[in-house]
Design a protein around this ligand. Sequence first.
Ligand SMILES: [Zn+2]
Length: 475
Amino acid sequence: MKKFLPLGVLFLLCTMGVHAQKKKNDVIKDLDSKSEKYSEIAHEIWDLAEMGYLEEQSSALLQETLSDAGFSIDKGIAGIPTAFKAEYGSGYPVIAILGEYDALPGLSQEAVPEKKSAGGAAGHACGHHLFGTASTAAAISVKNWMETNNIKGTIRFYGCPAEEGGSGKVYMVREGVFDDVDVALHWHPGSANAASAGAALANKSAKFRFYGVSAHAAGAPEKGRSALDGVEAMNVMVNMMREHVPEDARIHYVITNGGKAPNVVPDFAEVYYYARHNTRDVVVDMFDRMVKAAEGAAMGTGTTMEYEMIGGTHELLPNLTVQKIMYDNLVKVGGVTYNDEEKAFAEKISETLGKGAPDIATAETIQPYKETAQAYGSTDVGDVSYTVPTAGLGTATWVPGTPAHSWQAVAAGGMTIGSKGMMVAAKTLALTAMDIFESPKTVEAAKKELEERRGKDFKYVPMLGNRPPALDYRN
Ligand SMILES: [Zn+2]
């Protein structure tokens, strides 16, 4: 049966709607007025290009920005010097916005539309300089809105180091730093604007180290035992294993030390492995089999082996309750519009992306909402998403079609295309946080959804075990 609302209620609802829209427009305006300041901060972090757990200056810059805006800072959390928490307000609800700031080794690049190294050791090929800055901007604008409108609750920014292979957030989750958070929001730089339910592969990574006996490779080979043989024997077995794992599993490795000279039997060799799948039980099983292969390789080659866990993350658990709100806000904010200079830059980059690169005009559009997504990479946000209802988005900080971890990503991220995409994320995060602050029902529904999705018997077990943070994994 259809019911009609009394006119008075209808009027009240309409004015409430108008009022909410105005507040949102005010926050958008506030962010627009500071876009230059935030693009300078992002650019400074882009220039620094500090790698995982080495992000001292990048982390300090964001801390300073948040502290100047009235946040209290708790740094060095979870035993990680570059991890921190910034907070404003008190009590329920606690809304967290996640930020990252680590760069990738070997991807130094100038902000030009052709491949040209900037001569550095690393580059922001995953756009984490934008990630940390947009999240900071969002947290500050939410704080300003809370202050002006007397909103109760806590807004928190989490400075999360070493996402790229260092699993920074896993140690933070393990340490319980998210335990009192009600909803967590995140985003990621990308080549399209989308706020669909995300997906990411669970992951386990380790360095396998083999120890042999060195000897003159020609004069006394019988006295030697090659550590490189151990690595190679392990690789052969793991490569055979590929046929007997689920089709959508991923295994990759690099030999990080294979000896120094052909005429010396290497007494040390090391191989660095990743195992991934969208179900963490499969990853655990594959990883255990890889360890067996390493043990067998050591036995057969007369070497010894030990391994060190480096990273391990859960798959991403979407929270549709929050995700849909985020999508609506992204639609309200809109995509990225290029000026002539940006258009010319984007066209040049687009030419380097090969056939099938989408039209650069897609940067202006929002991808349709989807509840299922194909996972390609892994993220330590996965562990947060099993602890707290979590939702995220991606924005076009890169030219459409640009893959992550490429020189094209560093280039666009270092100029205004990156900053424009970053502000789309900052606004969407801020508006979504506002909606959640104003709707306790959403918080409860999101929590209920999390409990249902992860199951009654869920117990958080970090994939990387109980090792201390791998602070030197980039050294
Ligand atoms: Zn990333």
